[in-house]
Design a protein around this ligand. Structure first.
Ligand code: HEC
Ligand code: HEC
Ligand code: HEC
Length: 434
């Protein structure tokens, strides 16, 4: 019997060469390519008009929120951004020559916004949401740069990120970029109205809504499709509901309510809280009515996917479930009806309804649990300067009681959320209140 001879040695060499060469090719490719690098600055007719537009666009991009520490100078950086890979600190983007971006040209700035590269060509971490900002036009990038050159320069040295190995190796971002980043300015859909395109441009680009409203994979990347199907925000432990699915989604919202929510933080359908309160306070409330409307119309037109509620695994036995819901009903009657009413319809816009809202019916119950534990206020906005608040119940309700009242809310009045367990409440209690 003759043996089949496989050329093992050459094969191994070939395999080794491929394993070593592929990353090298990816790295070199990412280093030498400069998409959009040939896009010239369009002429500017009126420089002061350009700066004003830049200020507005910086609001739409919420640059200040990340690049400012509480109580610190605007845009001077230093805010910590916790990620599963360690903490990043936003750099100083005031025009200070030494520690800020005073030496950056409009071209340097464009390369950061469009292609996620620093002034020395280094790969930037996507905690800076350039996978969204790449949709921004050259004219808008130049306007933001022109505005940032006019803010007071502050000397504030960069704080080093405290990322774990291997995430602290910037060059490894070459692989990440090859897999999860596609540079490209937003291309208007000619079949749609200009307003729709404006809304899409803002939601996908400067608004970076899918930075929170999408699930991230183990490398912290969202899908390239930029979908808004919701997800748990890692580290922050808030759930950003889907803006495109069934009960959670926005199909049932009227444009009026959605516009009110984005512009003022409250509406007849619900109020914003947690990280969304900051988005409304720092960014959305400052946008024009036309832009907010365009964003709302675009979001309402997103294809609606049916969401799948995970089964209630925590409380399996029917008797236990019944006892929990009975306790929950009693607690609701005693603690919550005065504001949210017996039928869960609330007294909007002061006290939000708890019926069929994304705030209550998410696959993860973490938002409702945290609201009951810590209470909260919608943001104070020009459209709603003195918001009504919700008291915290954490200090005097046990984990089992919080679980019971949240379970009751999630399953009453036609709501189809799953029952929650005391263990889930205990986990949420461990998260510090920001
Ligand atoms: C979600 C938080 C976040 C938002 C929002 C954000 N940034 Fe940043 N930005 C960062 C972080 C973190 C870095 C550091 C990235 C790194 O070290 O690779 C950064 C880096 C930068 C840099 C590079 C600076 C340098 O010295 O390397 C520029 C320029 C910049 N951001 C501008 C902006 C602008 C303009 C906006 C608004 C349109 C904005 N950022 C919004 C978090 C943010
Ligand atoms: C920093 C993270 C973050 C960003 C960025 C963000 N959101 Fe949110 N959003 C949340 C969280 C968390 C919630 C849930 C809390 C709430 O309902 O207020 C939420 C809730 C919402 C809701 C209410 C949904 C419902 O069903 O009740 C809407 C609408 C919304 N966001 C729209 C947007 C838009 C539009 C943008 C982009 C301009 C955006 N969000 C950007 C975190 C974020
Ligand atoms: C004093 C009035 C008041 C009482 C009592 C109260 N709430 Fe609230 N509740 C509010 C307000 C105001 C908000 C909006 C807070 C925000 O947006 O930060 C809210 C928000 C919520 C939310 C998030 C829904 C949304 O759209 O913002 C849930 C869930 C909730 N409450 C459940 C409860 C439960 C359960 C109880 C009883 C244990 C309760 N509340 C008692 C006033 C109240």
């Amino acid at each position: 019997m003759s043996r089949l001879r496989i050329p093992v040695r050459p094969l191994l060499w070939w395999l080794l060469a491929t394993l070593l060469l592929t990353p090298l090719v990816v790295l070199v490719w990412q280093l030498v390519t400069d998409p959009g690098g040939d896009q010239p600055s369009p002429p500017v007719a009126d420089a002061s008009e350009q700066r004003k537009r830049g200020q507005y666009l910086a609001r739409a991009g919420n640059c200040m929120a990340c690049h400012t520490v509480r109580g610190g100078a605007d845009y001077a950086g230093g805010r910590g951004i916790p990620t599963p890979f360690g903490e990043l600190f936003s750099p100083n983007i005031t025009p200070d020559a030494e520690t800020g971006i005073g030496r950056w040209s409009a071209d340097d700035f464009w390369r950061a916004m469009h292609n996620g590269r620093g002034r020395n060509g280094e790969f930037l971490y996507p905690a800076f949401p350039y996978p969204n900002y790449t949709r921004v036009t050259r004219a808008d990038s130049d306007a933001i740069h022109a505005w940032l050159r006019t803010v007071p320069a502050v000397h504030s040295p960069r704080k080093e990120h405290t990322l774990r190995f291997p995430y602290n190796q910037r060059w490894l971002l070459a692989g990440w970029r090859a897999l999860y980043f596609r540079p490209g300015v937003y291309q208007p859909d000619p079949a749609r109205a200009p307003d729709w395109n404006r809304g899409a441009y803002l939601v996908q680009g400067l608004g970076h809504c899918n930075a929170c409203h999408a699930t991230r994979n183990q490398f912290g990347a969202t899908k390239l499709s930029g979908e808004l199907t919701g997800g748990l925000i890692p580290m922050l432990n808030w759930y950003a509901p889907s803006l495109a699915t069934g009960a959670e989604g926005l199909a049932q919202w009227s444009s009026r309510d959605l516009v009110a929510l984005l512009a003022t933080g409250v509406s007849d359908r619900g109020a914003v809280f947690g990280p969304m309160a900051e988005v409304v306070r720092e960014s959305l409330q400052h946008l024009s009515h036309a832009d907010i409307r365009a964003m709302a119309d675009y979001m309402k037109s997103l294809p609606q996917v049916t969401s799948v509620m995970p089964p209630a695994a925590a409380i399996a036995r029917p008797e236990q479930r019944d006892a929990t819901l009975k306790l929950g009903a009693a607690l609701y009657e005693k603690q919550c009806v005065q504001c949210h009413r017996a039928d869960g319809r609330g007294q909007p816009p002061a006290f939000p309804p708890l019926v069929a809202t994304g705030a209550v019916m998410t696959p993860s119950p973490v938002n409702a649990i945290r609201m009951v534990l810590n209470g909260g206020y919608p943001p104070s906005t020009s459209g709603n300067p003195r918001p009504y608040g919700m008291p915290p119940y954490g200090p005097f309700m046990s984990d089992a009681e919080v679980a019971a009242v949240v379970s009751y809310v999630r399953t009453s009045w036609g709501n189809k959320g799953a029952v929650v367990s005391a263990a889930e409440v205990a986990r949420a209690r461990a998260v510090p209140v920001e």
